[in-house]
Design a protein around this ligand. Structure first.
Ligand SMILES: [Zn+2]
Length: 86
């Protein structure tokens, strides 16, 4: 296994949680192992989680904007076809 280093402080990460999840694939039951790696530095880990959360929110906002733009574009095309003037 390659060493998992913290992207903020560069310390080797530690396993915070390890668990198995049952996955049913094509009628067969398999278990997938998951490990959650965290920075040993609590404050660093918290900051990292905040950063990840911010990134997630940002991504969701971009997705939403895109969706709204697409909708607006579609609506515009319909309006054009109907000969509506704005
Ligand atoms: Zn760290």
């Amino acid at each position: 296994m390659t060493q998992n280093l913290c992207s903020r402080c560069g310390k080797p990460r530690i396993v915070a949680k390890a668990w198995k999840e049952k996955v049913i694939c094509e009628g067969k039951v398999t278990y997938v192992e998951y490990t959650q790696m965290v920075c040993p530095d609590k404050e660093c880990q918290l900051a990292l989680e905040k950063q990840l959360q911010a990134q997630l929110v940002n991504r969701q906002r971009i997705e939403k904007n895109k969706l709204e733009r697409d909708l607006a574009h579609k609506q515009k095309m319909v309006d054009l076809r109907l000969g509506k003037k704005k």
